[in-house]
Design a protein around this ligand. Sequence first.
Ligand SMILES: *[C@@H]1O[C@H](CO)[C@@H](O)[C@H](O)[C@H]1NC(C)=O
Length: 286
Amino acid sequence: MAFPMGALVTTSWLFLVALVPLPNVHANSWSHAAHNMVGRRNKMVSISPNSPDRVSWPGPWAKAHATFYEGGPRSFGGACGYKDVVKEGYGLDTTALSSVLFKNGQTCGACYELKCVDSPQWCKAGQPSIFVTATNHCPPNFDKPGDDGGWCNPPRQHFDLAKPAYLKIALYKSGIVPVQYRRVPCKKQGGIRFTINGNPYFNLVLVWNVGGAGDVTAVRVKGNKKVINWTNMKRNWGQKWESTDMLVGEKLTFSVRASDGRFSVSRNVVPSNWKFGQTFQGKNFT
Ligand SMILES: *[C@@H]1O[C@H](CO)[C@@H](O)[C@H](O)[C@H]1NC(C)=O
């Protein structure tokens, strides 16, 4: 198989994640979206009230467990493709998700409110909430049972938090605590960022700093010369989206669909003299 250079990653488990077949973007979701489009072109609009994957805010509380992991800002973004979560504005309030919650990268960028519950001896007094962004995958460990070390094994709902986030809700010594969690809207500064990597025959675009739902279900791109029609990008891994269209030399417009059914069109945000490795800022959800 053609494996993109830009997707090469350093750790072996991450490599495996990248090879897992990813669900295809629903082909009809765009037409559904377009059908319901209201408002002016060029503006972000609210659509698809009946979209099955719509998130209403805040989401319902659910139960899970949380642990923490050490590591630097770079490791906190591994399986989602984010490079340096601190520089990219996610801070240290980030989490890795078990496979059931991670959904092959679909939930990268989603935001959660978590509280430590039902464990007075290990929870911080007053049960404070933390607000974390999903930036990584907690891979299963099938050598261990789900109730003893294999915390991220299916079907467990598990948050492996960056240590600074964990220590806001639970004591260091606890190791693992029960939590309740719910989806909340993501608040971001500035626009959605598009970082273009790859080569002329294989573009790999990292979509990050997404507000609102925070996670992306579909991305489309078009240029202004030859690639004049919208083309669907495909999720490669995490929040990296691929296209084999020849985009070099084209002024680019991106359309991003979030998991709540809304989409945001960033028109002509990439000038025609763009280079691989550069990042561009588009419109955001609020
Ligand atoms: C763009 O779409 C139109 C309408 O479907 C089609 O006729 C045309 O050939 C397409 N152009 C390119 C460059 O793909």
